[in-house]
Design a protein around this ligand. Structure first.
Ligand SMILES: Nc1ncnc2c1ncn2[C@@H]1O[C@H](COP(=O)(O)OP(=O)(O)OP(=O)(O)O)[C@@H](O)[C@H]1O
Length: 306
């Protein structure tokens, strides 16, 4: 797979404060890369460096396999971006807004405007004044403006900020298709894993300017396997019996046994043991942690995913 973005030891310092610390970011062709971290983690600063808006204090940025420092103009002509809120003319229609940028870019073929309207799902609303658009529609128009120059890479900084669930879903649907239908690699930042969960194939999680996780989302999912809970008629007696046997169990807030063993054979052994002691076992289930739980856990701990 071709590397689309690769950073090596990227650092940004403001006076003595290190905001981005030794970041080795890796985005491959066709990725939808979810760039995650709590507020203030350093996402926007990183994105601004990738877009050549601010200079790194140290480290290297390669985009499309070329040094950004050396080939800035050429690289950025193939990158579309939306950082913070899009700028548009409220008194013009969606179509006219796209047309204005189309002219600025000295583009000739107006079919590109219609294509972009289709991608961002604004064809029906193209003749409506933008000041009457919903926030979600405005964000989609912003993405449309970023797509006009047919970029190979689209970088979006928190595009779902302030949107309601329906608006978030609309953005998600449109982004999902970009790599497969249009060959566009996407990097999207968010402070909520749930927002990128259903579209990103890869995630990078930063905390205080450093990566605490960067890999395929399935790797994060694997970590969501949790403990086993077991409902029994006498949980205190059950716990005593199992402790005597040296098994690692505790009680949760719902007075259920929490079994910190994952092997099926151990679970079967425990259930069998309790039943032989005349206890009734009502329910055994795996307590999955959601990805959001894992995300909050690791960003609060600021450490490794357990
Ligand atoms: N120009 C600046 N001068 C000094 N400190 C800055 C500057 N820009 C950003 N920071 C600090 O760098 C840290 C990271 O900010 P950044 O905006 O990159 O975080 P973020 O992850 O994008 O968070 P958010 O989602 O809140 O924007 C913050 O503590 C911020 O106050």
């Amino acid at each position: 797979m071709n590397k689309i973005i690769e950073t090596n030891g990227l650092v940004k310092k403001y006076k003595k404060t290190t905001v981005v610390n030794q970041l080795n970011l890796s985005v491959e062709e066709g990725d939808i890369y979810g760039f995650l971290g709590p507020n203030g983690a350093g996402k926007t600063t990183t994105i601004r460096m990738l877009l050549g808006l601010i200079k790194p204090t140290a480290g290297e940025i390669q985009i499309f396999g070329k040094s950004l420092a050396k080939h800035r103009v050429q690289i950025l002509s193939q990158v579309g971006s939306l950082v913070e809120y899009p700028s548009y003319y409220g008194n013009l229609t969606g179509y006219e807004n796209l047309e204005a940028i189309h002219q600025l870019l000295r583009m000739k073929d107006k079919r590109k405007i219609d294509e972009v309207l289709t991608i961002v799902g604004l064809t029906k609303a193209k003749d409506k004044l933008v000041k009457h658009y919903s926030l979600g529609m405005k964000q989609r128009l912003g993405i449309g403006l970023a797509l006009l120059n047919s970029p190979k890479l689209l970088i979006l900084d928190e595009p779902t900020n302030g949107l309601d669930p329906a608006g978030i879903q609309e953005i998600r649907e449109l982004i999902k298709d970009l790599p497969s239908s249009y060959g566009i690699t996407v990097m999207i930042s968010s402070h909520l894993l749930s927002e990128v969960d259903q579209m990103a194939n890869k995630v990078g999680i930063i905390h205080e300017g450093q990566f605490i996780f960067q890999d395929h989302i399935q790797e994060l999912r694997k970590k969501s396997t949790g403990n086993i809970s077991m409902r029994v008629n006498d949980p205190h007696l059950a716990r005593t019996i199992l402790h005597k046997d040296g098994l690692n169990v505790s009680l949760n807030g719902k007075n259920e046994l929490m079994i910190h063993e994952h092997e099926d054979s151990k679970i079967a052994y425990i259930a069998d043991k309790l039943i032989r002691q005349q206890l009734a076992v009502y329910r055994i289930q795996e307590e999955k942690r959601s990805l959001e739980d894992i995300f909050l856990e690791i960003t609060h701990k600021g450490g490794e995913v357990s």
